[in-house]
Design a protein around this ligand. Sequence first.
Ligand SMILES: Cc1cc2nc3c(=O)[nH]c(=O)nc-3n(C[C@H](O)[C@H](O)[C@H](O)COP(=O)(O)OP(=O)(O)OC[C@H]3O[C@@H](n4cnc5c(N)ncnc54)[C@H](O)[C@@H]3O)c2cc1C
Length: 423
Amino acid sequence: MTDSAREADVIVVGAGPAGSTTAYYLAQAGLDVLLLEKTAFPREKVCGDGLTPRAVKSLIGMGVDIDAPGWIRNKGLRIYGGGVRLELPWPELANYPDFGLVRTRIDFDEILADRAVKAGARLHQRTNVTEPVVDERTGRIKGVIAKQNGEEVTFSAPLVVAADGNSSRLSLAMGLRKREDRPIGVAVRRYYESPRHDDDYLESWLELWDRDDKGDARLLPGYGWVFGVGDGTSNIGLGLLNTSKGFGNTDYRAMLKSWVAGMPEEWGFAEENATGPIRGAALPMGFNRQPHYTRGLLLVGDSGGMINPFNGEGIAYAMESGEYAADVIVQALARPTPAQRERALYDYPRVLKEAYGGYYTVGRLFVKAIGDPRVMKFATTHGLPHPTLMRFTLKLLANLTDPRGGDAMDRIINAMSKLAPAA
Ligand SMILES: Cc1cc2nc3c(=O)[nH]c(=O)nc-3n(C[C@H](O)[C@H](O)[C@H](O)COP(=O)(O)OP(=O)(O)OC[C@H]3O[C@@H](n4cnc5c(N)ncnc54)[C@H](O)[C@@H]3O)c2cc1C
């Protein structure tokens, strides 16, 4: 590799949704971008594979062909809880489409990385970033060291984006640890062959029941989902937040098995129909790693803990934060002096706080409240039977409102998010 092949305007570490979106928008603006990914596509990523209208909007913005084969659309959210089964269509809004999608991460991430490459980003797969290169005098990051085909390679750029997911070794190496005062979830999922694979609703279970042979039921902690993938399988999973009592001492795999064992037989969620093992991963929420900009390093997606605490959705926020980061970087790099560049870059954490800060604060209060099973029980018993209240709840949980000209529900949610302190 020549020297210039290892230099760029910006290095993006990690080609998940956050990294590929960042690289796409940077390349679109004409910047020279290196996108470094430790795995090789196609590759698995543990996820529910559910995309709300928020994520669909980002996909459309990046020019992804969502009419191509492999995408399955959904009309809304089906909720099970408190003995009730409720179907809520996605809201009709000016700002978002009224449908969601499902696509497994096996090729979802590759499609986004392809968009970045088509825009001009230089993608290096099987390139494991092991440490930052830091300027001793200023403490700023000025590149990264990576392992490529067993060899150490140094890549250089004045700005680096950490898009390396929940564990973000790059952020850690730059001294950015997780905040303990933020919610974090753990979730597991498994694919089963099922006649429900082409479900046109995303399904959310607010209560998980473990039924024994005698028909006695025991309430398990956590929430679950059943998302039809459209390829003959369904993605079934469950998660638990650290605000719940069972967090840390739960056998998630056993819990998933006992939960699906209680489901109707004809759905096919039986051991012999499982197409792979149960796999799990963490969900970092509510800005659990900060600051989002420091010394030449910007954090996007899970590395900055950007999963929505209300519903565990992370792909939309990974993509949106990638676009915000790219915007800020493009403006900053066009400034003539280092001081002016720095001023522009410090706008990134402010932009994020303005977009999500207040909403995430309300989300933190929400997960704290529902961590108490009595509150959850009250909410499912008294909330679910009220259609208007549930339409409001869907908008709140999925963060789907119109910022301008929305209805009364939109105005309440937007006002709450504005009034709550961003932290
Ligand atoms: C069980 C589960 C279910 C979920 N369900 C949903 C859902 O249904 N919908 C939804 O929207 N969100 C869901 N999420 C959250 C979602 O998966 C994440 O928020 C999303 O993947 C974040 O994207 P990202 O690009 O920030 O990080 P990631 O997707 O984690 O991507 C990080 C990338 O960086 C690469 N990388 C890491 N370290 C290095 C390194 N040192 N060098 C080079 N490359 C590196 C990785 O290989 C990876 O490609 C779920 C999460 C879990 C755990």
